[in-house]
Design a protein around this ligand. Structure first.
Ligand SMILES: NC(=O)c1ccc[n+]([C@@H]2O[C@H](COP(=O)([O-])OP(=O)(O)OC[C@H]3O[C@@H](n4cnc5c(N)ncnc54)[C@H](O)[C@@H]3O)[C@@H](O)[C@H]2O)c1
Ligand SMILES: [Zn+2]
Length: 362
């Protein structure tokens, strides 16, 4: 089956996103076709490479091996970036070289930042292996790392030269990771496509059991939406804000629980319900559409509890969030399933109310 191809334009030039079953085993051929890196360094994590590296082994030159990062958010640091610079230097990589980020969003963000900064920028290929990374983090060029003071505080806009999404690799994802990514898929439906939303709602069991063709189509639709949004607003000054639907309350829940209780997508799941409630109260969204969102999130399974979390503490976390610009909170509301409207006059009182409707305490 030929991969689906989506072309993205960016300040650094155009790049294709290829989505298709079996594309990982064709990586050496694809990189050659797009003229990427006679010299290349694959960056991954041991568990991911163990599961899927065999198919991609042709990427690694004889006598070389991938640079392995530790697993998870804790590895998203400047120390890891420095270790990647060392790996580049020890292989004598020059400006014509490319890093191949083979992993989830963490690997993509860190390897992307290393590629953006090593020798002031070398090639970057994203091979996302989580649903979240395939539909979100691999496209759009945001790369970076965390500081002890907070998440994603250091970074750059640095678009890849190629993105390759193989839905087959998602089979080994723990169910919880997969479902967490699915909340972002639902988000794309709410912000931009009723068709996508309905497709997900109607086919949830087949999606969760990894129906290949269905999954490839859904990933492609999300990539198309993300590509369209970032192309219209590469540096996130306007339309790109719609991607933050569900993220204001979502980020607050993650921060309140020290990023330990929720997978990012799960927090966004709550955030979308809160944003939908507020949208209804503001007269922007119909009760039917809110109900559709509630139905699909319920069908996706139970979310971690929020009953012990304080809505007031969440307000404080929101006030510290990056989305507050010049003291104003830009809040993304749903106007329907498939469109959004951004408001900047949301009152604390309203936020407290909608968070209580999620079950949070005062
Ligand atoms: N750059 C952006 O635009 C952007 C957007 C959204 C999120 N992010 C970032 O992405 C990160 C989260 O990404 P994530 O959710 O992919 O998490 P992750 O990279 O930590 O991966 C989640 C877990 O899945 C494992 N894994 C990855 N692929 C696997 C596979 N195919 N089979 C089995 N296990 C696999 C990983 O080892 C890890 O344990 C966060 O740091 C977030 O800030 C960036
Ligand atoms: Zn998100």
């Amino acid at each position: 089956m030929r991969p689906i191809r989506i072309d993205v334009t960016s300040e650094r030039g155009p790049y294709p996103v290829l989505i298709g079953s079996g594309t990982v085993s064709r990586l050496p051929e694809l990189l050659d076709r797009y003229g990427l890196g006679q010299q290349r360094l694959v960056v991954s994590s041991a568990p991911i490479w163990k599961l899927h590296g065999r198919q991609a082994r042709g990427l690694v030159a004889r006598g070389d091996k991938p640079a392995m990062m530790a697993v998870g958010e804790r590895a998203k640091t400047l120390d890891t970036v420095r270790a990647l610079y060392d790996a580049c230097l020890s292989r004598g990589l020059d400006r014509s070289a490319a890093l191949v980020a083979f992993g989830g969003g963490v690997v993509g963000d860190v390897a992307g930042f290393a590629a953006a900064s090593y020798l002031r920028g070398i090639g970057l290929v994203q091979v996302p292996t989580t649903l979240l990374a395939q539909v979100d983090s691999s496209i759009g060029g945001k790369v970076g790392v965390n500081l002890p003071a907070g998440k994603n505080l250091v970074g750059a806009f640095y678009s890849p030269s190629l993105v390759v999404c193989d839905p087959d690799v998602l089979k080994t994802l723990p169910q919880r990771e997969f479902r967490a990514g699915l909340y972002e898929v639902v988000k794309y439906g709410v912000i931009a496509s009723r068709r996508l939303f309905d497709r997900v709602s109607r086919n949830l069991p087949a999606i969760v059991s990894h129906d290949r063709a269905l999954l490839a189509g859904i990933v492609a639709e999300c990539c198309r939406i993300k590509a369209q949004v970032v192309m219209s607003d590469e540096r996130e000054s306007g339309p790109r804000r719609a991607l933050n639907f569900g993220h204001t309350v979502g980020h607050a829940l993650e921060a309140l629980t020290q990023y330990r209780r929720f997978r990012h997508g799960e927090a966004v799941g709550y955030g979308m319900l809160a944003a939908a409630r507020l949208s209804v109260l503001r007269g922007a969204l119909s009760l039917d559409d809110e109900q559709s969102l509630m139905d699909v999130t319920r069908a996706m399974g139970r979310l971690p509890r929020v009953e012990d979390l304080s809505a007031r503490d969440a307000i404080d976390a929101i006030a510290r969030d990056k989305k507050v610009v010049n003291g104003r909170l830009h809040f993304v509301l749903a106007a329907s399933i498939g469109s959004t409207v951004i408001v900047s006059d949301v009152q604390t009182k309203e936020l407290l109310h909608v968070m209580r409707t999620l079950g949070m305490r005062d």
